[in-house]
Design a protein around this ligand. Structure first.
Ligand SMILES: *Cc1c(COP(=O)(O)O)cnc(C)c1O
Length: 438
């Protein structure tokens, strides 16, 4: 599959850089999702991105549906975000002491996200979920966590059990280096299967600290919760005195101003955030009810720290993005929803015209096209998809100027700058691309 690169696309500079990168960087990339491992070919090295488009080092330009895996809600090089970061940088890139912008960001998060009374900033989604799980364990005095097969919560040891996209794509659901000790405290449940969760809670009565869930799964493609699933998790957690953690690193500020919890009206005890919250700078956060968050050091006994946490450049970028969300929350999400629906409708039309089997999902500003003959509600369904057809589709779309995630097990993302023009161009490109998909 390594030579499916298009003859139409000149990517010689990317190829040369990729070869060079592999001498000094494992696999040539700093995060596995960027390698084109499941679709074959050479990862594109990016030179520049503006608004809705990416330009690679060979000068090819693409409509972007990855958006740095989520953060680019207001497009690349958003002038407000760039100005805020530039201005902040002139006053030093870090102090390791408190700043007022951290309060401003915290207040916006508390205002926007229903479950959050207090919030702690970290530097990635991974840190946010690791910290939230530690707080849940510290708060309940219990060791075990329940997670769902195909949900991804970053690369913390005890989450790399049945994790989604990256590990799925790479065929190593249980990474070497994760100890048995870590694995034994992680219980794995089927997504959208409440009975299974209940069985696990009963089999381990009094031992489960928390259930952590992607309230809309976005790391095995995009799989929304079935009606009643999130409500059921809330009920089961209450009954078993376990905390409910919504991992909204992906869905936060993407499917509603207050994330999936606002959209579905289910309030978790702890929420993890990332991606959009940093506007493209490295930021994660976790927050929740005051009684739980007061267990975090230095207020409480659960230790968690970070030299660069609340970094001024990152906070100014995050503040800019969150303030824009706050100002535009009455119209922004309707606009995103309209785009999502039009894109999904056009996509179905294109696929029907060719008689190809598919299943589409979409929630707010994320969605997925699965090449499959069945409904996709859990990891087994996602794994049954035709990943080779997706690889064909991915490369054909690149040739037509559309940049999708290089794996069937990822969602597509778009933002506020995707408009009628990008929609038209995307659907036209898709019509041409699908004809070359086998
Ligand atoms: C991306 C993601 C993470 C990990 O965030 P990083 O910033 O990559 O560490 C965790 N949870 C979910 C749901 C994600 O999508």
């Amino acid at each position: 599959m390594d030579d499916v690169a298009s003859p139409a696309l000149d990517i010689r500079t990317s190829e040369a850089l990729y070869a060079k990168a592999r001498h000094t960087i494992p696999g040539g990339v700093n995060s596995p999702a960027r390698a084109f491992k499941s679709v074959g070919g050479t990862p594109l090295f990016i030179q520049d991105a503006q608004g809705t488009t990416l330009t690679d080092v060979d000068g090819n330009t693409y409509i972007d549906y990855v958006g740095s895996w989520g953060p680019m809600l207001f497009g690349h090089a958003d002038p407000d975000t760039v100005a805020a970061v530039q201005d902040a940088a002139t006053r030093s890139t870090s102090y390791g002491a408190p700043t007022s912008i951290e309060i401003d960001v915290a207040e916006l998060v508390v205002d926007l996200v229903p479950s959050i009374d207090k919030v702690r900033m970290v530097n990635s989604g991974t840190e946010a979920t690791m910290s939230a799980a530690r707080v849940a364990r510290g708060y309940t005095g219990r060791d075990k966590i329940i997670k769902f097969a195909g949900n991804y919560h970053g690369h913390g040891d005890f989450f790399l059990i049945g994790a989604g996209s990256g590990p799925l794509t790479h065929g190593t659901p249980d990474s070497p280096g994760v100890t048995e000790g870590n694995a034994k405290d992680t219980l794995l449940a089927r997504y959208n299967d409440l009975d299974h969760v209940e069985q696990l809670l009963e089999a381990h009565a009094g031992e489960v600290a928390c259930i952590i869930v992607e309230p809309i799964a976005g790391n095995m493609g995009c799989i929304p919760p079935e009606p009643g699933f999130l409500e059921g998790l809330r009920r089961l957690c209450d009954h078993h005195d376990a905390l409910l953690i919504f991992d909204e690193v992906m869905t936060g500020f993407r499917v509603a101003p207050g994330g999936a919890q606002e959209r579905y009206g289910v309030i978790p005890d702890l929420t993890t955030l990332g991606k959009i919250i940093g506007g493209g700078l490295p930021v994660g956060a976790y927050g929740g009810k005051q009684a739980v968050m007061d267990h975090v050091s230095p207020e409480g006994p659960v230790y968690q720290a970070g030299t660069l946490s609340g970094n001024p450049l990152a906070m100014h970028a995050g503040y800019t993005v969150l303030q824009k969300i706050h100002d535009r929350r009455d119209t922004l999400y309707d606009q995103l929803e309209d785009y999502a629906e039009a894109l999904a409708r056009g996509t179905r039309h294109n696929l029907d015209a060719l008689g190809l089997s598919y299943y589409t999902t979409q929630v707010g500003a994320m969605g997925c096209l699965f090449f499959t003959e069945r409904t996709v509600t859990d990891l087994d369904d996602a794994k049954a998809c035709d990943t080779e057809r997706y690889a064909d589709y991915f490369h054909a779309m690149l040739e037509e100027g559309v940049y999708l995630a290089p794996s069937q097990f990822e969602a597509y993302f778009f933002g506020a700058l995707h408009d009628e023009d990008t929609l038209d161009a995307t659907l036209k490109a898709q019509r041409r691309a699908l004809k070359r998909v086998h």
